[in-house]
Write a protein that binds this ligand. Sequence first.
Ligand SMILES: *[C@@H]1O[C@H](CO)[C@@H](O)[C@H](O)[C@H]1NC(C)=O
Ligand SMILES: *[C@@H]1O[C@H](CO)[C@@H](O)[C@H](O)[C@H]1NC(C)=O
Ligand SMILES: *[C@@H]1O[C@H](CO)[C@@H](O)[C@H](O)[C@H]1NC(C)=O
Length: 217
Amino acid sequence: MKTYIHHVPVVFVLCLFLLPNIIARDFTDEEYLTLPRLFHLDDYHSCLSQKDGLYCLAKFQLTPTQSPHIAYDLIKEYSDDVRHFNRTVIHRGYCVSARCPDTAGVNASLRIQKCANLRARPHHLKATLQTLHYCHSHNDTVTDKPPDLLQSIFLYIVYAILCLNILGTMYDFVWNDKKKNVLIMAWSVRANWQRLTVSYESKDPRLSNLAILQGCR
Ligand SMILES: *[C@@H]1O[C@H](CO)[C@@H](O)[C@H](O)[C@H]1NC(C)=O
Ligand SMILES: *[C@@H]1O[C@H](CO)[C@@H](O)[C@H](O)[C@H]1NC(C)=O
Ligand SMILES: *[C@@H]1O[C@H](CO)[C@@H](O)[C@H](O)[C@H]1NC(C)=O
């Protein structure tokens, strides 16, 4: 008896997974293919390479414009299954300028809305804009953005290191005095190169064990 107790949760979880299978019906491939595509993306770069290019990415809700609407009923029935995507909602990335050039003149969100509706109308559907993720125009891609704060800081640090290298190397070459400032010498390219390529031998056996690290250098 004790061993069976362990299996009770497993059987319970299995039942949970099998339950929807018993309730929900299976859809044929033909039915599946009549559903509107969940995603469609036009080519982004070729769209915005045009002078008047406008590319929008948005989420639309589909509703029927006639009743009864057999195809829409199927979409709804399919979507009601918790294991399926909600297919009354579609995701579209449209090159609005190329697909719907007639819509020019109004603002971008209105243009993508009209554009999606033009595609949905022959199927007796209405596409309502739910979320507009973005609209990019040709102008957005050509304007050179100034580097942001983190990029600037990184550049300044690189410049600072380069300047210190140049100053340190000049000091190394110009200052012929025997006693050189170690802090400035740390930046000298010549001194660093010599330290990097010098062959290293140690009398201390403990340090000899680390010889492989010297080899890597
Ligand atoms: C599908 O999404 C629409 C819009 O968000 C919502 O009204 C509808 O209830 C959803 N259907 C299902 C089955 O979740
Ligand atoms: C676009 O225009 C419509 C109607 O003219 C307006 O309701 C909407 O707020 C505008 N959208 C933006 C993002 O300006
Ligand atoms: C892009 O910029 C040009 C000139 O700066 C302007 O005439 C045009 O209206 C802009 N296009 C868009 C879509 O904003």
